[in-house]
Design a protein around this ligand. Sequence first.
Ligand code: F6R
Length: 618
Amino acid sequence: MCGIIGYLGYRNAYPILIEGLKKLEYRGYDSSGISVFFKNGYNLYKSKGKISELENKIYSSGIIIKGNTGIGHTRWATHGSTDDINAHPHVSNSNDLVMIHNGIIENYHAIKIILLNNGFTFKSKTDTEVLVNLIEYIKSENKLSLEEAVRISLNEVIGAYSIAIVDKSNPETIIIAKLGSPITIGVGNKEFFIASDPIPFAQYTKNVIYLRDGEMAILRKNKNLDLRKIINNNKLNPIIKKLKINLKEIEKGEYKHFMLKEIYDQPKTILDTLRGRLLISSNEKTIHISGIESNKEKFINAKSITIIACGTSWHSGLIGEYLLEKFTRIPVEVEYASEFRYRDPIIGKKDIIIAISQSGETADTLSALKLAKSKGAFIFGICNIAGSSIARNVDAGAYTHAGPEIGVASTKAFTGQITVLMLMALKIGIYKSTIDNKLYKRLCKELNNIPYKISKVLKIHNYIKKISKIYCEENNFLYLGRGINFPVALEGALKLKEVSYIHAEGFPAAEMKHGPIALIDDNMPVIVIAPIKGFYEKIVSNIQEIKARKGKIIAIINEGDVQVNMLADHVIKIPSTHEYLCPLITVIPLQLLAYQIACIRGENVDQPRNLAKSVTVE
Ligand code: F6R
């Protein structure tokens, strides 16, 4: 979703802003803009489309942009269409204040009417232009400093925001503030960077401050950072954290796309998820998850577990439901965070909420966990991004350690989440004695083999390319799976939709006959996840039903399978594993298939249309 970048220091801001915006591209956007400040003035450029279009516009203007303070933005449209006018930065009526904003001001309409009644005019349809003018109005009416006007204005707004604002008469100060949407500060030597996440400034400084909700920071050239509470202006002590980012992880390297790199990363990222947590020797199999160990009694006595998440993380939650119920015997529900937050869920002190989020910034998941917290539930987070809003708001948690995921379609975060959920289920199962010791040891051993088995699946990539060529022109796909592979069918369908824009649906295979079977004819490719362990005979019957209606079958089968091998039009053979670990293997060919079909169709795999990596608005 929207990306924010800013610089204040001694370097030329323009290249930092442009390069920073490019590093934020992965979040998803449809227009971009920058503003660079000099004494009593600024250059401001915005353009719809890609950042290269913004660069071309600046280049063809012939203007050489110079200045040591600047702000930049990638916009993902909420209020108003995607055009140059609605793109950020937005400027106040006097042209003095320039602002960028990520989030949604929910009461913008009421504020706009007050401003219109006071003679303000608006060029764009955005809530951001309303906010920058509210700040201007409050500043000039009450003769306030910019920081005080920002603070008072933000106390008037309802919604979510991270903002950065500069007054042209004082270009050596940037004011930023946060509620709901993320913003971080990179603290260098006599310079500050600001960005939605630390990736854009990681090459300059590893000192990072994660602004918390309800905080604002005043960044002044050659001065210490001034951190305050928005509600009462109380001064706060900034907490500087050390960024642990390997810059290589945010480069594509030899791969054509981040999505492909991230699919190939999975043997390593799962090892990273397991590192220090799964300890295997010839006779000992031990799992360490500090977030569970230090809250052992909570998990042992839990009345229920509710998993809240969105999208791909919701799919891993569904897999978690199978794992946790099977091995811990605690009742588990999986909820779309966006629905959960608007119900009046029955949860209390003995219930556990597991919030799953790659980005750790998903607004719906964050709000849902806050609601659960307010009802006294114990909140456990599974996040990929350290220091993210969700990670900071949970009672305990476990990071997936999958490394930065740049491709918008989630791949390695998904398998990382499943790995954490499996470790949790096994650990709690041992605490509660709800898992047989022999099975526990077998699963630990097999979990340890998963990275190797994924490497084997990656070797059939060329074969998947061939299948992709055969099916790339299709307009619809069905994905079927049973048991723990049903959520994998949902995930396979989601991956295909996201990157290739082909309509695809996932179903539990047995549900076919209750409706979707009406869709089957000789134009409908059906992808069936049919490993030998888990409902094999039943899946064979479902395949027969599709065949009888001339559907085309692409089956994911285990090496050595005979029956489905004979029935299917095409088969993708993968190594077998324990039924409850299957999703970690079966999803890999589906990720590759979605990737390949999108590539053949010439789609922008890493930044699919309309999608955002980090969904920070409702
Ligand atoms: C799918 C995808 C989205 C996210 C969803 C939740 O490929 O990327 O469906 O899974 O927006 O995001 P997180 O996990 O960051 O909360």
